[in-house]
Design a protein around this ligand. Structure first.
Ligand SMILES: [Zn+2]
Length: 325
């Protein structure tokens, strides 16, 4: 919806100690770009798992404009041309702004960014045209695009991965033990709804199965989903791709993947010599009421760190011996 209408509806708001704010639609009617910049500023090297842009309808022009042979002062005058240009600018036209953003995306990013909007035949109804509401509602069901695909994307990225400890070098490759967790506020509901539509959903690393999605992976004490997974990589710098495979047709990467294991080691500070600096729970539970399932994972971390130190001990001793001699 053009903000020219909206601007007259939403009056500027003055907030004490901050100043006066007005509708951002005049500059960014589609806020996807400032939103992505904000994400990068807050989470630094993180990128969005999913971007969903929702429009309120746009006038679909099926034919190219035809130039008139006769000059019309009202139609071709400076003010009229300025007005038309303003409405078609990237600042004011949310759909054009999205198309411009979309055309600049790499192919991989296009799989993670979605836009829902309603193409309209003829002019857009005014924002206060209540008589058009039923028509708009009826039209939406024909233009929902791949709404099931968007739902699958959101469900897949509600799962994320944490290493239980540093990858261990075993038999010429690195063994990675970790947990797939869920950030869903209601993991049981999520697993049940996935189970209804995709009863054989399971996690994969490339083509290696890591286990089915089961309600039994939900902790009975805290209600958090936690699935222990083990897989191997040639080197921690290799990019791996943990995915939720819904069925033969659909699969999507879980949050932050594809990614290298080194990235997780760095983010979790697993290689910090004096331990993790924040000493915080890694699942967001309160420190006072830490659930046994998290304590168990943290014990795994301690065990693997101890194993790593034991394995690296002979190397350190050799170095010391050399120095003495
Ligand atoms: Zn628990």
């Amino acid at each position: 919806m053009f903000c020219a209408y909206r601007y007259s509806y939403f009056k500027p708001k003055q907030l004490r100690d901050f100043g006066t704010f007005q509708d951002g639609g005049l500059k960014y009617n589609n806020p996807v770009r400032p939103g992505l910049r904000e994400v990068q500023r807050i989470w630094e090297d993180r990128e969005c798992d999913i971007v969903l842009s929702i429009g309120t309808g746009y006038e679909q022009k099926l034919t190219s404009p035809v130039a008139s042979n006769v000059r019309n002062l009202f139609q071709d005058g400076t003010l009229a041309r300025f007005y038309r240009a303003a409405l078609q600018s990237l600042s004011l036209n949310g759909q054009l702004s999205w198309e411009d953003h979309w055309s600049g995306l790499p192919d991989d990013a296009k799989k993670q960014q979605f836009r829902l909007n309603l193409p309209l035949v003829g002019k857009e109804p005014s924002i206060d045209d209540v008589g058009s509401m039923q028509y708009l509602q009826d039209q939406i069901q024909y233009h929902l695009e791949d709404i099931e695909g968007i739902a699958r994307a959101f469900k897949a990225v509600s799962f994320f991965f944490e290493l239980n400890g540093l990858p261990l070098f075993e038999g010429g490759r690195y063994c990675c033990r970790g947990s797939v967790l869920s950030r869903s506020p209601n993991s049981l509901d999520l697993i049940r709804s996935l189970g209804l539509n995709y009863p054989y959903a399971q996690f994969f690393n490339q083509d290696v199965p890591l286990g089915f999605l089961r309600a039994s992976d939900i902790c009975t004490l805290c209600g958090c989903f936690q699935k222990e997974v083990t897989f191997y990589v040639r080197h921690p710098t290799d990019r791996v791709n943990l995915q939720l495979v819904f069925n033969r047709l659909y699969r999507r990467s879980i949050s932050a993947f594809p990614q290298s294991l080194d990235w997780f080691v760095d983010r979790q500070k697993l290689d910090a010599y004096f331990g993790q600096p924040d000493h915080k729970s890694r699942t967001g539970h309160s420190r006072e009421h830490r659930c046994p399932c998290e304590v168990r994972r943290r014990q795994d971390v301690s065990t693997s760190e101890a194993t790593n130190k034991k394995r690296s001990l002979p190397l350190q001793m050799r170095v010391r011996k050399k120095r003495r001699y």
